[in-house]
Design a protein around this ligand. Structure first.
Ligand code: FAD
Ligand code: 2HG
Ligand code: ZN
Length: 479
């Protein structure tokens, strides 16, 4: 593929033969065993069109028992597999590298139960996030996470990547919101950790190993998740700031003055707005006259319509008076609010329309977070367009570098510089997207050797033949 890996195919894995295919048909039926070239082609390539595998088989299990039978067989036969959810991952983790069998969870999309007293949803891993949102909202609750990929990503994929997203600042990480999981291990063992308890300190909390393990330790088949109450009043403001320091101060001011109603604080530079206006259909620039370099989207969610609105208006006014905000608007209706959100959520979509995009997803102390964007612009000059945006409230920068095509010279100007720089700040080279194939060999920039060794020991314990998502997450040297 275009982002060719330098890792060789591991010869310890068997090659698929017709007996294997026949066996899979006996457990999944003909419809669960996909060999159609067009459908396989779609599953072989990632959302950016950057990572491309050469799998010849896509399996569509309908139940945990079927997943268990598939894995048990693959483990005995030494057939490597890649679990796939909505295939929206951004680090090449969800597609095969060579001929791994693709196990798609798309056929496991049932809601199992909803406890509408405690707000606890239990469902299968292949449920699309947006469908779950629609479902729980009818019951007066919301999903604790939201992201631009909601229309395609699966809850199982979200859990496997420990997705952050747009509500993290308010509701925190999936490590806090996921109450239980059912996972199938590499040898087919079904691990039932599907509790719905808030508190349970009986031994090691094993589910956390699977949250964020990117399909390398097991296949997540069922989930129970805590959903917060849906509150009646939401307001969204779109603001501009003249310098980065003002954005930082505005974040602190928002935390102090908006307090418990603050539900999003998203940041984008002028280049992002520019890109969105060029490539997203039907969006309007909320501040067309602004010459500012920085933009912030603030959302509040609370229980009192008039109080919440007054609070946000007063905050905007005082922030303009004290000079932190250059200009700003509060959405007057749902369509304006969704236009604001569409700009922020659409940056990813716009970024892949230019040609090639190099994406970095960094945790950096907020004070330093924009420095890397400016340094990158200096390094690359006119060779590329550099965008900085992200979840400022969480200290998470999305650094996107756009150029007309992928080439090794551009890459050599970006890497390892970006990783070294981040490591020197004691930041993370993956705030929320994971390591996947892209960063498996880079883990040492963010983790101590002893920690990587322990991860490798856990991997060997749970997947002794290393059939699950090979070449991803951990460096080849420790396996
Ligand atoms: P996939 O892409 O199919 O898989 C991702 C990884 O999880 C792979 O390693 C795969 O092997 C593994 N996996 C999937 N399902 C399972 C399973 N059931 N069991 C075991 N392993 C599994 N990410 C964020 O964190 N925050 C964001 O705000 C955000 N916004 C995005 C916006 C857009 C437009 C896009 C395209 C992506 C965005 N992402 C974001 C990245 C991505 O959407 C998330 O990582 C998402 O959680 C992946 O879910 P998925 O179902 O598409 O998983
Ligand atoms: C977002 O916050 C996503 O929009 C995607 O995490 C970021 O595409 C990216 O780099
Ligand atoms: Zn993000």
């Amino acid at each position: 593929g275009s982002a060719a890996t330098h890792i060789q195919r591991n010869p310890a894995y068997s090659e698929l033969n017709s007996d294997d295919v026949s066996y899979f048909k006996t457990i999944l039926g003909n419809n669960g065993v996909v060999q159609d070239e067009d459908r396989i082609a779609v599953a072989n390539v990632d959302w950016m069109g950057k990572y491309r595998g050469a799998s010849q088989l896509l399996l569509l299990p309908k139940s945990t028992v079927e997943v268990s039978k598939i894995l048990s067989y693959c483990n005995t036969r030494r057939l490597a597999v890649v679990p796939q959810g909505g295939n929206t991952g951004l680090v090449g983790g969800s597609v095969p590298v060579y001929d791994e069998v693709i196990i798609s969870l798309a056929g496991m999309d049932k809601i199992i139960s909803f406890d509408n007293v405690n707000g606890i949803l239990t469902c299968e891993a292949g449920c699309v996030l947006e469908n779950l949102s629609t479902f729980v909202e009818k019951e007066g609750f919301i999903m604790p996470l939201d992201l631009g990929a909601k229309g395609s990503c699966h809850i199982g994929g979200n859990i496997s990547t420990n997705a952050g997203g747009l509500r993290f600042i308010r509701y925190g990480s999936l490590h806090g919101n996921v109450l239980g999981l059912e996972v199938v291990l590499a040898d087919g063992t079904v691990l039932d950790m599907l509790t719905t308890l808030r508190k349970d300190n009986t031994g090691y909390d094993l589910k956390h190993l699977f949250i964020g393990s990117e399909g390398s330790l097991g296949v997540v088949t069922k989930i129970s998740v805590l959903t917060p109450a849906k509150l009646p009043s939401t307001n969204v403001a779109f603001l501009s700031c003249n310098d980065y320091t003002s954005c930082q101060k505005l974040l602190l001011a928002a935390r102090r003055n908006l307090g418990e109603i603050l539900s999003a604080f998203e940041f984008m530079d002028h280049n992002c707005i520019d890109l969105a206006m060029r490539h997203l259909e039907g969006v309007q620039n909320p501040l067309p006259a602004s010459q500012s370099k920085f933009y912030v989207l603030i959302e509040t969610t609370g229980s009192d319509e008039s109080y919440d609105k007054t609070k946000l208006e007063a905050f905007l006014l005082s922030s303009m008076e004290n000079g932190l905000v250059a200009d700003g608007v509060i959405a007057q209706d749902i369509s304006q609010a969704s236009n604001f959100w569409r700009i922020r959520e659409g940056i990813s979509e716009a970024s892949v329309k230019v040609g090639a995009v190099y994406k970095y997803d960094l945790s950096i102390p907020v004070e330093k977070l924009y420095d890397i964007v400016e340094e990158m612009r200096c390094r690359l000059g006119n060779n590329a367009e550099v965008l900085g945006y992200g979840h400022l409230g969480d200290g998470n920068l999305h650094l996107n570098i756009l150029s007309s095509k992928y080439d090794d010279n551009t890459l050599a100007q970006i890497e390892p510089f970006v990783y070294e720089w981040t490591s020197a700040q004691r930041g993370s080279i993956s705030a929320e997207h994971g390591l996947g194939l892209m960063k498996a060999e880079k883990i040492h920039y963010s983790k101590a050797p002893e920690a990587v060794q322990l991860m490798a020991s856990i991997k060997k314990l749970l997947d002794s033949n290393s059939i699950l998502n090979p070449y991803k997450v951990l460096p080849q040297s420790v396996l």
